[in-house]
Design a protein around this ligand. Sequence first.
Ligand code: AMP
Ligand code: MG
Length: 318
Amino acid sequence: MSEFNCRTEILPPDAAGVARAAALLRAGDLVALPTETVYGLAGDARNAQAVATIYAAKGRPALNPLIVHVADLAAAEQLADLPPAALRVAHAFWPGPLTLVAPLRTGHGLAPAVTAGLATVALRVPEHALARAVLNAFGGPVAAPSANPSGRISPTSAAHVLAGLSGRIAAVLDGGACPVGVESTILGFENGTPVLLRAGGVSPEALAEVLGAAPIAAGGGKVTAPGQLPSHYAPRARMRLNAQAPAAGEIWIGFGPDCAGAELTLSATGDLDEAAARLFAVLHDADALGRAIAVAPVPERGLGVAINDRLRRAAAPR
Ligand code: AMP
Ligand code: MG
């Protein structure tokens, strides 16, 4: 890790910042970009050196594949063969917080490390205006996992990115807070049937509306990526879930009007979309206070499914 020692540029959210981000990507450098989910650590997905640097900068295990971000469905179809169900959800939710895993197409041109050598690739078309502007200016596929050290709390602001990766990446494009706040929902396809690989920014209910049924849960408990490890998104402090009240010394993170006395809140009104958008910032804030953390119950519906998934991994023994 000590081989990294650069000055990380902070780029403004305007045409000059976008042009600089695209130029750095073309040079094989890494740029943290705002997306609607979290900040992504972007590198040219066709450049093996750039991709290797993503893994190194994050301290990410090399066997865990990255999500490739593209400008539109046509660009995605140049990289992978999307089955009919994938096309249906792509039309419904792209651009947006949905990632689709599908077989690589011949001649895809991606660096092998992007997919960790797998025959499938994870693809997403982000909706965030700055991410789209950079993708269009760059003109190619960008590999972008979350812009944080592997295993730590995901970044939803440029300040979070700098706290974890300053000096290790060329630049961060400062687009303010990420509006969705949790990572993308990941769908794979087994014999054409959608399989939920990760809960995320598109709710199970919204998927079921388009697919006619909720995607089946991924079976076997096989870990294919860090976000599926029991411990991930972790603060330094110990964390306790479903806490109706704090114990002595604990920081209580509330949800809803019943938690009026809480030191921090995901949403004072009990709004799950607001809670998702605030989740990682509240965890970063709680972590900075350096005390044990207790989190109020969050309902298991809508974006609450993704929130609870992240909270369980943040609280898991490590
Ligand atoms: P992130 O760390 O947010 O970039 O997410 C990476 C996620 O993408 C992991 O949780 C994997 O589940 C998923 N992923 C990426 N590529 C593949 C692939 N080829 N097959 C299955 N899952 C993948
Ligand atoms: Mg991540």
